[in-house]
Design a protein around this ligand. Structure first.
Ligand SMILES: [Zn+2]
Ligand SMILES: [Zn+2]
Length: 213
């Protein structure tokens, strides 16, 4: 019987990004997905859950997702996995992007492990498949637990919307192709946590998302 994933959403940064504390209930081992900032709030959530963080996962390189990754890595002494290498220019320019958006203290982060299509990521006894889903950013990845019917999708797909594609490296056609070719086939019963806003399921978006008609 596979272990059950548990998740706590911690909205961070002025963009109210859904930083997610994701853990394996059997082992109480955890990952922090997309620590964009507000590390005091993230650390409070870790303490409240009573889990041990073993890694940081990044879905993509935008400031609201990755801006706090370097500081959290230093504070916890854990490796950073993801996103895909195509987001390296975004990660290398986090200090400048932070300054432009009024977010102080963002540092360059170089992941300990870049992720590619077909890779797997573990959290405790949980296993997530890596899907490379470019479009919102060139290196966006989605993490999916097929056993648990659960995915972290970053800014690829939202309830009722899709990721913006007007930022550097954005490509709307590529984004829609990523969603239709990689996310919809996961199955209607797969629930997901997006980078912003409420959670949803693949089935709900297949039926009602106006960008997927
Ligand atoms: Zn983004
Ligand atoms: Zn975002």
């Amino acid at each position: 019987m596979p272990s059950t994933p548990r998740a706590a959403i911690i909205p961070v940064t002025p963009f109210q990004q859904n930083c997610t504390l994701l853990w394996c209930e059997a082992t109480k081992r955890a990952a922090v997905v997309d620590p964009g900032g507000d590390l005091d709030r993230i650390r409070a959530a870790i303490a409240k859950a009573g889990v041990t963080v073993e890694k940081i996962l990044l879905t993509h390189g935008h400031i609201d997702h990755a801006g706090g990754a370097a500081d959290l890595r230093d504070a916890l002494g854990v490796p950073v996995e993801g996103p895909h290498r195509a987001d390296k220019p975004l990660l290398d320019s986090l200090p400048e992007t932070g300054a432009a958006y009024g977010i102080d203290g963002a540092k360059v982060i170089t992941p300990d492990r870049w992720l590619s299509e077909g890779d797997t990521v573990t959290v405790g006894e949980l296993t997530f498949d890596v899907l490379h889903c470019p479009g919102h950013s060139p290196g966006s990845v989605v993490l999916v637990s097929r056993d648990a019917r659960f995915a972290q999708v970053g800014d690829v797909l939202f309830r009722g919307s899709v990721g913006r594609t007007d930022l550097p490296g954005g490509d709307h056609a590529a984004l829609i192709a990523s969603i239709k070719e990689k996310l919809l086939p996961l199955g209607d019963d797969v629930a997901f946590i997006p980078g912003h806003g409420p959670t949803s399921t693949i089935g709900q978006e297949r039926l009602s998302n106006p960008f997927l008609r």
